[in-house]
Design a binder for this molecule. Structure first.
Ligand SMILES: [Zn+2]
Length: 175
């Protein structure tokens, strides 16, 4: 699984690419919805402390959960009387789905290998056969720390140029 850094860069890229005008592209609230939805799925790691079982990359890493996140954002946007509730819903759903997509291309060393990407339609685990991103170690020793620094550096090098490019495209479109 890629780190929160990788998920944040992809979420911001999608935020910029899907903004319909300059106002939306520079909206911190909209960027925050994208990033939050893209980072939150990995909180499933904490469920282990609730019942002692591994829930990582299960239901939370699926298009079903992305749809639920979108519906939740839609409901909150209506409750808070925000303009254009479907736009907030799309931001949350797309941000969440971006997490699923990025993890699909990441290396996984913790069984069950892969993610339950099509839940609730299927409980099968899916994994890209040639991982692009390294896994992130979950222990606090020096070797893991060194590995994680390399993994995050690679994510930033591979993904940040797309964010810069999307921002340039956005600027050219609004010029
Ligand atoms: Zn994940």
């Amino acid at each position: 699984m890629p780190s929160p850094a990788g998920h944040t860069i992809v979420a911001l890229t999608l935020h910029v690419l899907t903004a319909r005008d300059r106002e939306e592209a520079t909206s911190l609230a909209r960027a925050a919805v994208f990033v939050t939805a893209a980072v939150v799925p990995d909180l499933d790691l904490l469920l282990r402390f609730v019942d002692g079982r591994n829930h990582h990359q299960a239901e939370s890493h699926s298009i079903g959960c992305a749809a639920i996140a979108g519906l939740l954002a839609w409901g909150l946007a209506i409750a808070w009387r925000l303009p254009r509730p479907p736009r907030w819903a799309a931001a949350a759903a797309l941000g969440w789905a971006s997490h699923v997509a990025l993890d699909y291309f990441g290396r996984d060393t913790h069984p069950p290998i892969g993610l339950m990407a099509l839940w609730p339609l299927s409980s099968a685990h899916f994994k890209f056969p040639w991982p692009i991103f390294m896994d992130i170690g979950r222990t606090l020793d020096v070797k893991t720390l060194r590995h994680n620094i390399v993994a995050v550096t690679w994510e930033v090098l591979a993904l940040a140029p797309w964010l810069v490019l999307s921002w340039r495209l956005r600027k050219r479109r609004s010029a």
